[in-house]
Design a protein around this ligand. Structure first.
Ligand SMILES: *[C@@H]1O[C@H](CO)[C@@H](O)[C@H](O)[C@H]1NC(C)=O
Ligand SMILES: *[C@@H]1O[C@H](CO)[C@@H](O)[C@H](O)[C@H]1NC(C)=O
Ligand SMILES: *[C@@H]1O[C@H](CO)[C@@H](O)[C@H](O)[C@H]1NC(C)=O
Ligand SMILES: *[C@@H]1O[C@H](CO)[C@@H](O)[C@H](O)[C@H]1NC(C)=O
Ligand SMILES: *[C@@H]1O[C@H](CO)[C@@H](O)[C@H](O)[C@H]1NC(C)=O
Ligand SMILES: *[C@@H]1O[C@H](CO)[C@@H](O)[C@H](O)[C@H]1NC(C)=O
Ligand SMILES: *[C@@H]1O[C@H](CO)[C@@H](O)[C@H](O)[C@H]1NC(C)=O
Ligand SMILES: *[C@@H]1O[C@H](CO)[C@@H](O)[C@H](O)[C@H]1NC(C)=O
Length: 538
């Protein structure tokens, strides 16, 4: 059993966390996409620029100047590096911390246009030159980030404390109640021969994709535990079908998750999907010639390896394009200098430290296989919108596995030649070693998960010890009393005295007020995720 001291140190640690930002992880530096930049803002729709299948950018106009910003469903604030005209500083500085950097600047307001909608006095963070990001965010042509997540996750909203600081999409829906409260997006895949122009819509369905409206509405799970302020686009995954066409079984780490399902975050700001380590091993550990890179925490496999996996959401199977499952986008080499490809479904190494909030993050390598609709429902509410329905998501599969197989052969097997891609038997599956730090994080997460039980256990334990001591004392005392009484010839009732003594010490363990850790979450945000992905600065 963990000591009380270790529980307290854990709580102290958590008390420093304000909000957890989970934007992109992998940034690829060379930019094939800037020539692709288009701005055909028509009717609530913008083109999305695909920067090397790693970062997806869209255009936002701030104070009359156009900025390319990363479109990030995993965060909820707008910041730009630069000094837009027609901008008013509020004299309040703050910083937003992401997995791989920090943006620091003055909270400001300016007229903002996004996807053809105009909002006045939009709050954003004017960052001047004070953004420090490792990885190549800026070299993709990005000048900032536009957060498309729920406003509960907004740093600016929390700092200002009222709806005047609502995020851009919130302000659009608030100022135009006739616009349905959803966005939708389609991400392009560079390099597969059948390019689809990436697009994002506000309140509109892309022509040709109307079938999305009859897809199941996936519930948006509201995170209720200690990080309740930091909401994301979170929902259930039914399961993942592995490359041998069998379901990879898994038990969610999130309490109260329906049997067999996993809790996932839909996050366009993550390049690589993050999945439980055992599932990643099951996908790549049976590939002949697969190797696990412990430093970067990912699998590398031969680029000609065809792997057909699917993710099932709401009963609907989403085949993942084999070009997404085994990625050639990062220019990786093995120790002998030969080109290898990256297993994009990477073991998740960071979620456990936040109290088993979720099991996985579906990033771009998955999202390229879906047309994705995010309906904010009553997430949007400055008191004027009529939409009181719960938020939901709808996803429409866009990858046909048979077509995808042909595209894979055309893209990969022409140059590298046919290779033996039959999987090793599962008895010969390789497993990635679990880093020591992750073992500790698992243990800490388990402590938090079972905290109520542990407290009850500790209290019971203390009460038991005290009970024993008291019992012993009383026995001795009763013994003495008995002897004394014997001399006088009468027995008093000792029972009352015993009960009274047991009640009193019982109040001491209950007075452990620091256990109410929700009170501790008000300190400023700080870097939280250790980021193992910075190393891919190719
Ligand atoms: C814009 O959207 C409206 C309503 O959805 C539609 O009637 C109109 O035809 C659209 N215009 C263009 C140029 O797509
Ligand atoms: C940005 O950096 C400059 C100099 O490095 C500093 O003077 C300024 O106060 C910083 N601004 C903010 C808002 O942090
Ligand atoms: C938004 O603002 C721009 C520039 O001021 C203007 O051209 C455009 O018509 C406005 N759009 C709407 C929908 O008001
Ligand atoms: C919102 O908060 C800001 C700063 O706390 C304050 O100046 C402003 O008056 C508030 N606005 C409303 C509408 O409450
Ligand atoms: C809600 O937002 C809209 C658009 O910004 C604004 O017109 C309206 O006054 C706001 N309502 C409240 C109660 O803040
Ligand atoms: C790919 O996997 C899906 C789902 O498991 C399966 O239905 C399909 O037959 C597979 N396709 C190929 C070409 O193996
Ligand atoms: C995979 O399994 C599905 C359903 O169990 C089946 O329909 C499909 O034919 C299988 N595909 C392959 C390639 O075995
Ligand atoms: C491919 O590998 C499997 C398993 O190692 C082996 O049984 C099979 O003969 C190989 N096929 C070819 C064409 O090399």
């Amino acid at each position: 059993m963990p000591t009380l001291a270790s529980i307290f140190s854990l709580i102290t640690l958590l008390a420093g966390i304000d909000a957890i930002r989970i934007p992109f992880k992998v940034v690829h530096t060379h930019n094939r996409a800037s020539s692709n930049a288009r701005r055909d803002t028509v009717n609530g729709t913008i083109s999305i620029i695909d920067a090397s299948n790693s970062i997806y950018l869209g255009d936002v106009v701030i104070g009359g100047t156009s900025y390319n910003v990363q479109l990030d469903t995993g965060s909820s604030d707008l910041w730009v590096q630069g000094n837009p005209a027609n901008s008013n500083g509020l004299g309040i500085d703050t910083s937003i911390t992401y997995a791989i950097g920090t943006a620091e600047g003055e909270i400001s307001t300016a007229p903002v246009s996004f996807a053809g909608y105009n909002v006045t006095n939009q709050m954003y963070l004017r960052v001047g030159q004070n953004a420090t990001f490792t990885g190549g965010l800026f070299s993709t042509g990005a000048t900032g980030i536009l957060g498309l997540g729920p406003s509960a996750g907004s740093i600016l909203r929390a700092k200002i404390g009222n709806a005047t600081a609502d995020a851009v999409v919130d302000r659009i829906f608030e100022s135009d109640p006739t616009t349905p409260n959803f966005i939708s997006f389609l991400l392009e895949r560079l390099g597969d021969g059948t390019p689809v122009q990436g697009q994002l819509t506000v309140g509109d369905i892309l022509p040709g994709y109307e079938a999305i409206t009859s897809q199941p509405q996936l519930p948006v799970l509201i995170l209720k535990s200690i990080l309740s302020k930091d909401q994301h686009w979170t929902t259930y995954v039914d399961n993942i079908i592995g490359p041998d066409n069998n379901t990879i079984s898994y038990t969610s780490s999130v309490p109260n998750t329906p049997n067999g399902k996993l809790v996932t975050i839909i996050d366009s700001g993550f390049t690589l999907p993050q999945i439980p380590r055992d599932m990643s091993d099951d996908i790549y550990g049976r590939v002949q010639g697969a190797s696990f890179d412990s430093q970067n925490q990912w699998w590398t496999v031969p680029c000609g390896q065809y792997l057909n996996i699917s993710v099932v959401l709401g009963g609907v199977t989403f085949p993942v394009h084999p070009l997404d499952t085994v990625s050639s986008d990062f220019g990786l080499k093995d120790v002998n200098g030969n080109t290898v490809c990256l297993g994009s479904f990477q073991p998740i190494t960071t979620a456990y430290s936040i109290n088993n909030e979720f099991d996985m993050i579906l990033g771009d390598s998955f999202l390229r296989n879906s047309y994705t609709l995010l309906d904010y429902g009553d997430f949007i509410s400055n008191g004027t919108t009529s939409d009181t329905a719960a938020p939901y998501m709808q996803l429409l599969p866009t990858t046909n596995p048979d077509t995808a197989l042909n595209e894979f052969i055309a893209a990969r097997l022409q140059s590298s030649g046919p290779i033996n891609y039959s999987l090793l038997p599962s008895s010969q599956e390789q497993h990635s070693p679990v880093p020591a730090g992750e073992v500790v994080e698992h243990a800490e997460a388990d402590v938090l998960r079972y905290l109520p039980e542990i407290i009850i256990g500790c209290v019971a334990f203390v009460a038991l010890i005290l009970g024993c001591i008291i019992w012993r004392c009383c026995c001795t005392k009763r013994h003495r009393l008995a002897r004394a009484q014997k001399k006088r010839g009468a027995y008093p009732s000792a029972t009352k005295a015993v009960y009274r003594q047991i009640e009193e010490p019982g109040s001491a363990p209950m007075g452990m007020t620091p256990m109410n850790y929700n009170n501790g979450l008000k300190s400023p945000g700080r870097a939280y995720y250790p980021d193992p992905y910075q190393r891919i600065e190719a």
